[in-house]
Design a protein around this ligand. Structure first.
Ligand code: GLA
Length: 376
């Protein structure tokens, strides 16, 4: 263990270019780690006490091994929601046999919270890298991402897939990272040449995201159960072709069919997108982004009027190649692929027109694909 030194960890947010709501259906995803970070500053301690200050909230907790098990601080008070993320990571690491040393730390974030840019995964991965740095145990980044995902599903109680933690842990400068969530193989893919990734935060936040998200997951599982009756080898929505799926339309309740159809078609879109990226066909790639948005809006039903307005405006602006909502949806952000030379103008126009139409201020910014969480 390294003591008596200050450690700073930078852990990025992520934006997903394509492959939405497929990471819990064995599909392929194409996320990009972005240059917005959770910054954790820490000093190892000689005991096992963990003191964490959330600078943005001006709140503080003290936890230890026993209190972590009980989801309380050392005085027995239940942990506030923000503290469940780092505590959950400590819990997940310890449960898998990794030593978690005491630490005094504080963290802050310039990733918008609850906006679909994985601010919570960035916290989780940042703390996992911190404890790894202090203790010195070796762990590959896929395992690290999986342990952080466990923290979120089993400790925090959000039934997410692997994409967010994976992207925060495995981002590559200048690249998207293609992850096959079934085989867990992954590979960096260069972004389309001469393009910029622009994020637009609608400023809409939905508090019921988790229950809606879990409902969609449930519908995907129901669809698989129905499909199995006609196609016994189907294990997930990854295993069915579009024509096979469309053929059983009559056997599924309408909304289960609509939701599952998004997933089946989205998995195929990512397959096509890989080829377009490899061939440098950014126009075609952008067309798929628009298609994904329509599908998330009309089939998966996770958009909202403000996100639709952002995408409509983007589509009308010069230099826009593709636009869609990104992340779980129900509010949050759109991701836009824009010609590099038009990006600044695009940012200004999108901001202005969105305000004219909605009287809301969007936060619109150019982002760069960056490396995964690291010691600074
Ligand atoms: C959230 C989840 C991810 C993924 C996306 C939708 O960000 O945490 O696992 O399911 O929604 O693609």
């Amino acid at each position: 263990m390294e003591k008596n030194r200050s450690i700073r960890i930078l852990s990025p947010g992520r934006v997903n270019l394509l492959g939405e709501h497929v990471d819990y259906n064995d599909g392929l995803v194409l996320p990009v780690a972005i240059d917005r970070y959770v910054t954790v500053d820490a000093q190892p301690r000689i005991d096992r006490v963990i003191q964490i200050k959330a600078l943005d909230l001006n709140q503080y907790v003290q936890i230890d091994q026993k209190s972590i098990e009980n989801k309380t601080d050392t005085t027995g008070t239940p942990l506030p929601t923000w503290a469940l993320y780092p505590a959950g990571v400590a819990w997940s690491l310890m449960r898998s046999g990794y030593q978690v040393f005491g630490v005094d730390c504080e963290y802050s974030s310039n990733i918008p919270i609850g906006a679909g840019l994985s601010s919570s995964a960035a916290v989780e991965v940042g703390f996992a890298v911190l404890w790894q740095t202090i203790a010195g145990w070796t762990m590959d980044r896929l395992t690290l991402a999986q342990l952080c995902q466990k923290a979120e599903t089993e400790y925090v109680g959000v039934n997410c897939g692997l994409m967010d933690q994976f992207a925060c842990a495995n981002g590559v400068d200048g690249h998207a990272v293609l992850l096959d969530t079934r085989s867990l193989q992954y590979q960096p893919l260069p972004l389309p040449k001469n393009t910029a990734i622009v994020i637009a935060d609608s400023s809409i936040r939905r508090s019921l995201v988790n229950s809606d998200y879990n409902d969609r997951r449930q519908d995907c599982e129901s669809a698989v159960a129905i499909l199995k009756k006609s196609y016994p080898s189907v294990r997930s929505l990854r295993d069915i072709s579009i024509p096979e799926f469309l053929a059983i339309r009559q056997k599924m309740p309408g909304c289960v069919f609509k939701h599952a159809r998004h997933v089946v078609e989205e998995i195929e879109r990512v397959n096509q997108a890989i080829r377009f990226l490899e061939m440098g066909e950014s126009e075609q790639f952008g067309r798929l982004m628009y298609e994904t948005h329509v599908s998330l809006r009309d089939l998966y039903e996770v958009s909202c009027p403000e996100l639709d307005i952002l995408v409509d405006i983007a589509e009308s602006l010069k230099g826009c190649i593709g636009a869609r909502l990104t992340g779980a949806g129900f509010g949050g952000c759109t991701v836009n692929l824009v010609e590099q030379s038009r990006a600044d103008e695009f940012v200004g126009m999108l901001y202005e027109k969105y305000q004219q139409k909605t009287s809301r201020k969007a936060s619109v910014f150019i982002t760069h694909a960056s490396r995964g969480a690291h010691v600074y």
